[in-house]
Design a protein around this ligand. Structure first.
Ligand SMILES: *[C@@H]1O[C@H](CO)[C@@H](O)[C@H](O)[C@H]1NC(C)=O
Ligand SMILES: *[C@@H]1O[C@H](CO)[C@@H](O)[C@H](O)[C@H]1NC(C)=O
Ligand SMILES: *[C@@H]1O[C@H](CO)[C@@H](O)[C@H](O)[C@H]1NC(C)=O
Ligand SMILES: *[C@@H]1O[C@H](CO)[C@@H](O)[C@H](O)[C@H]1NC(C)=O
Length: 473
């Protein structure tokens, strides 16, 4: 038996490029229930009809499973009944706009659904983008139609798109594979800790063929600290393979991020691996993996492992924690800062309350642990670990204080562009704004050919605040 009531018929399209859509029987059609009844009787998919308003959602899901996929509306459509009446009244204001979108959408649909096309004018189609949303538990999710969320293996929590979509999150742990934008990769049993030896991998496949980049956000990233001799990550390591080279890291990196190039051509996956060795440390990680299209405005320029936007901000070395975190060895990467419009140069200084220490020169006499070596500059002096800031100077010009020329390499345990004992402001007018990090594989344990490296011990890396400087003329 099949008849229609106030709860309207709804069809949910499985997959719509660049968004989701939900279609409802239009208000006009609801008035003409006889026709609907007729359609219903003719169609083998009587699941279009809803008996009353007070259905139990589980029952509907059960019906959905049995729903024939051949129906009036072609195999591209999956049938689902929702309480359209209440949804439409919530967004009554937008009905006009919604109808206008429907016109546009139905032409797309007609192409694939050919002869079924004519039925689509009977429906109001709501199309919405798969935007970010916030779940009831305050997680970041993606807005999908309810059926798409479950088909993609997500968990729905809260609504979005004016009640037409659900806020859907995608969480993965060891040994899993994702094809989904905005996936979260966590340790086993997160938010519990993980304290064991293991190798935990997530395989990330492109969500679509024009993805060029991944952005990894370390929401929580707590692994074992590097060893204390050379600051190498010899116990735990986070490793990215299959994309552009990014540094392997360990220690505490909450709030840090990385961009990984996937390349446009080819569909080989990127693998994220967390290697853990030994017990006695409460490890925890949760990494958000965002996929970025080649033409996305959020995409970082090529070869930027970190990318910051905004007139001011903070950059830090990996495992910087301001207390005891060590500068990690074997780091070679570039931090990029987007040049905002009408800004011509950039000024860096050590974060308020922060520390800065990067190995000094080889040669000369070795300094005892904790002996200040001050700010050091230039490629002859800074030859093991250094930061490159192009034409760094104290005044933004090539010739700086004391008639010295600007410097590209900075090291030591004070941050300045000239040799001095205290930290100062370092300005660079070279655009785009870049800071390149080079930390070699040695701290205490220097190669036999290299002796007496100043300030090699207990280096802490850097935390720098930056402020872009307006163009003056
Ligand atoms: C309807 O739209 C108008 C203007 O767009 C807005 O001011 C008003 O708050 C809306 N009403 C409801 C109930 O959403
Ligand atoms: C959600 O995203 C915001 C910024 O996009 C970020 O600061 C926050 O940590 C995220 N929260 C979770 C739980 O992913
Ligand atoms: C992934 O989601 C982000 C928003 O979180 C969006 O900016 C980006 O375009 C999406 N990527 C793809 C491939 O759709
Ligand atoms: C630490 O470095 C020193 C100096 O090179 C070396 O003699 C020692 O064996 C290293 N210790 C460890 C545990 O690697």
């Amino acid at each position: 038996m099949c008849w229609i009531s106030k709860s309207a018929v709804c069809l949910v399209k499985e997959d719509v490029a660049q968004g989701s859509s939900v279609s409802f029987l239009s208000t006009e059609m609801q008035k003409r229930r006889l026709i609907v009844l007729l359609l219903c009787v003719l169609s083998s998919s009587c699941v279009y009809c809803q008996l009353d308003n007070n259905y139990v959602e589980d029952e509907i899901d059960a019906k959905q499973v049995d729903a024939p996929t051949r129906g009036f509306f072609g195999k591209h459509w999956r049938h689902q009944i929702v309480d359209a009446q209440s949804k439409l009244s919530e967004t009554n204001n937008e009905t006009m706009a919604v109808s206008a979108i429907a016109e546009e959408t139905s032409t797309d649909v007609e192409k694939s659904a050919s002869r079924e096309g004519k039925f689509f004018s009977l429906f109001t189609v709501v199309k919405f983008a798969n935007d970010d949303c916030t779940t009831v538990s305050n997680d970041n999710g993606t807005c999908y139609s309810a059926s798409e969320c479950s088909a993609r293996g997500g968990v729905a929590s809260g609504s979005c798109a004016g009640g037409f979509g659900v806020c859907c999150t995608f969480s993965y742990t060891c040994g899993q594979t994702t094809y989904q934008n905005s996936s979260y990769f966590s340790n086993l049993n997160y938010p519990s800790n993980y304290d064991a030896t293991g190798s935990c991998q997530l395989t990330v496949n492109k969500a679509s063929s024009n993805v060029c980049q991944l952005r990894l956000d370390f929401i929580v990233m707590m692994l074992v600290q590097p060893e204390t001799n050379d600051s190498n990550c010899n116990r735990d390591q986070f490793i990215v393979t299959g994309g552009s080279r990014v540094p392997s890291i360990c220690g505490t990196n909450n709030g840090q991020h990385m961009y990984v190039e996937t390349g446009l051509l080819g569909n080989s996956p990127i693998t994220l691996t967390v290697v853990t060795s030994g017990t006695g440390f409460a490890r925890q990680w949760r990494i958000k993996v965002t996929q970025l299209n080649c033409d996305s405005i959020g995409r970082a320029p090529n070869s930027c492992v970190q990318y910051y936007t905004g007139v001011s901000g903070t950059i830090q070395s990996f495992n910087y924690d301001g207390i005891s975190g060590r500068q990690l060895s074997n780091q070679d990467y570039t931090i990029c800062i987007r040049t905002e419009s009408n800004f011509c140069s950039i000024a860096y200084s050590v974060c308020s309350g922060g520390v800065y220490s990067i190995t000094g020169p080889t040669g000369g006499s070795a300094t005892a642990v904790g002996t200040p070596i001050g700010a050091l500059v230039g490629s002859t002096t800074c030859n093991t670990d250094w930061l490159t800031i192009p034409c760094a100077s104290d005044n933004g010009r090539a010739i700086q204080r004391g008639n010295s020329v600007c410097q590209d390499r900075l090291c030591g345990d004070a941050f300045a562009s000239v040799v001095q004992t205290t930290s100062g402001t370092v300005i660079s007018s070279v655009r785009p704004f870049r800071v390149t990090v080079h930390f070699d594989g040695f701290e205490a344990n220097v190669p036999t050919s290299v002796t007496n490296v100043q300030g090699q011990f207990n280096n802490r890396g850097f935390c720098l605040s930056y402020i872009q400087q307006p163009c003056t003329s």
